[in-house]
Design a protein around this ligand. Structure first.
Ligand SMILES: Cc1cc2nc3c(=O)[nH]c(=O)nc-3n(C[C@H](O)[C@H](O)[C@H](O)COP(=O)(O)OP(=O)(O)OC[C@H]3O[C@@H](n4cnc5c(N)ncnc54)[C@H](O)[C@@H]3O)c2cc1C
Length: 281
């Protein structure tokens, strides 16, 4: 039988994880309960993060950055007025996760910790240059999102650590958006694209999802594209650079070949979506 423990503080939660090395944190249970029911997880203890103050909600820090508590539900992220401009990409991704039931259960921390390669937040957070904050027995540490996923379902989050918050740079007045190709509405992505214009409107930050173990970004290719957003050849070269970094698999959502073909298509589509904003700037 599994025992669920309800610590009131993060320090208590970390101590409980240390006392029960096989235990796992539980956020909304959206994924963990399904995994448990399928026999994929067999922990004698689950450490609920539900009662810990300060883990829920989005706040603006004194320097303008935004701190998203790990227990912030997708529905709240999807409805947050703080996520504007260059951070709209995160809000849009939240609104495209599954369905209302899952968006009311699932949390940003749980989704990031679970690190499903097809999940919507990872590319959106990579595009936004998010920083993840962990707390564990050795103390607190921050990890940039692009250093987070290390292999398929392997991340920088160590056993015994809790993801406490996701910090986003101060929003810039630059358009951003998120798009996913999925078999049906609400499904995980077959491939996805998170895109933001740079503050000067001349460049892009782009992260591709579901085409490898983690989100794919190429800062060198982004620098080369800067100032050439209206040059179809330069955009095609940029897309080819991301295709070269991709490492997709064949699965029920699509073949690896199909996913590779989707990357340039998605980049063109999403760029066209941002184009009117570029023209107006
Ligand atoms: C039917 C269905 C459809 C879905 N469709 C999509 C989709 O289209 N796109 C998408 O992106 N996602 C989708 N999801 C996943 C959904 O976004 C979940 O919210 C997400 O996987 C995490 O759920 P949770 O926050 O409840 O975490 P839980 O299920 O509670 O936990 C998930 C994992 O993360 C660990 N964990 C949780 N919180 C923390 C923390 N703060 N620190 C350390 N470890 C932690 C747990 O130990 C567990 O291993 C879907 C889920 C379901 C059930």
């Amino acid at each position: 039988m599994t025992q669920v423990l309800f610590p009131d503080t993060l320090d208590q939660a970390v101590a409980l994880l240390a006392d029960h090395p096989e235990a796992r944190p539980i956020a909304g249970g959206a994924t963990l309960v399904a995994m448990r029911n399928a026999g994929l997880v067999d922990s004698s203890h689950l450490i609920s993060l539900d009662r810990i103050a300060g883990l829920r909600g989005i706040e603006r820090l004194a320097d303008g950055r935004l701190r998203v508590g790990a227990m912030t539900r997708h529905a709240d992220t999807a409805g947050s007025d703080l996520l504007t401009g260059s951070l709209m990409v995160v809000r849009k991704a939240a609104g495209m996760i599954a369905n209302k039931v899952v968006r009311n259960m699932g949390t940003m921390g749980g989704s990031v910790a679970n690190a499903d390669p097809a999940a919507d937040y990872l590319p959106a957070l990579a595009c936004a240059d998010a920083v993840l904050s962990f707390l564990g027995p050795e103390g607190a540490r921050d990890v940039p999102i692009l250093d987070y996923v290390q292999d398929w379902y392997e991340t920088a989050l160590e056993p015994g650590e809790i993801l406490t918050a996701i910090t986003l740079p101060a929003p810039e007045a630059a358009a951003s958006t998120y798009r996913k190709i999925a078999r049906v509405s609400g499904d995980y992505a077959t491939a996805s694209c998170a895109m933001a214009l740079t503050a000067d409107g001349q460049g892009l930050r782009v992260a591709i999802g579901a085409c490898g173990p983690g989100p794919i970004r190429d800062r060198d290719a982004e620098a080369a594209l800067h100032g050439h957003l209206h040059d179809a050849g330069a955009v095609a070269e940029f897309a080819a650079a991301l295709v070269a970094l991709a490492d997709p698999v064949d699965d029920v959502r699509g073949s690896a070949e199909y996913r590779l073909a989707l990357i340039p298509r998605l980049i063109t589509l999403v760029l066209a979506e941002l184009n009117p904003v570029m023209e107006a700037a």
